[in-house]
Design a protein around this ligand. Structure first.
Ligand code: HEM
Length: 145
């Protein structure tokens, strides 16, 4: 999946654009408090019925979930269905502009880049190496005067 990001702690982040697509019988995701839940297999088992879950499929179910006043058991049950979190950029953009006209957000949402934030050995080395080069250049400049 192109718009998926995995942080070093192993949390998977999903863009809203990606989550919104998971609204079918084959795959049903919902968002509660910025966490993404895969409820596909749970639909038929839900004591509140599958229809209410289906209505929220691919979207933010936080308010409806809290309105019902789900029990601690229900919350524990839900935690076993977490597959990741809403991407911080999507959270930020949703808060700032829900119409998709903010150019920064439009750009972020349409960029189909895989941002794998697992630092590779060369990116870990690059910064110290650059610092070393700069320090050497500056040192040489002063010492040659
Ligand atoms: C992963 C998410 C969810 C889980 C694990 C879950 C689980 C449960 C459980 C275990 C119950 C039985 C009552 C209780 O223990 O509180 C229940 C009832 C119910 N749930 Fe959910 N639920 C989820 C999401 C939702 C959402 C998003 C909605 C609304 C859109 C919803 C609406 C209801 C309703 C209407 C009832 C019936 C309450 C009643 O008859 O008293 N649930 N749910």
């Amino acid at each position: 999946m192109g718009e998926e990001k995995k942080s070093s702690e192993g949390v998977k982040y999903y863009r809203l654009a990606e989550i919104e697509k998971q609204n079918s019988f084959k795959s049903t995701w919902i968002i509660i408090h910025n966490k993404v839940y895969d409820v596909t297999k749970f639909l038929e088992e839900h004591p509140g019925g599958e229809e209410v879950l289906r209505e929220q499929a691919g979207g933010n179910a936080t308010e409806s979930f809290e309105d019902v006043g789900h029990s601690t058991d229900a919350r524990e049950m839900a935690s076993s269905m977490v597959i990741g979190e809403v991407h911080p950029v999507s959270v930020y953009c949703k808060q700032r502009c829900s119409h998709g006209t903010d150019s920064f957000c439009v750009l972020q949402e349409t960029l189909v880049t895989t941002v794998k934030e697992e630092p590779s050995w060369w990116s870990n080395m690059l910064v110290p190496a650059l610092v070393a080069v700069i320090v050497t250049v500056i040192y040489n400049m002063y010492s040659s005067e």
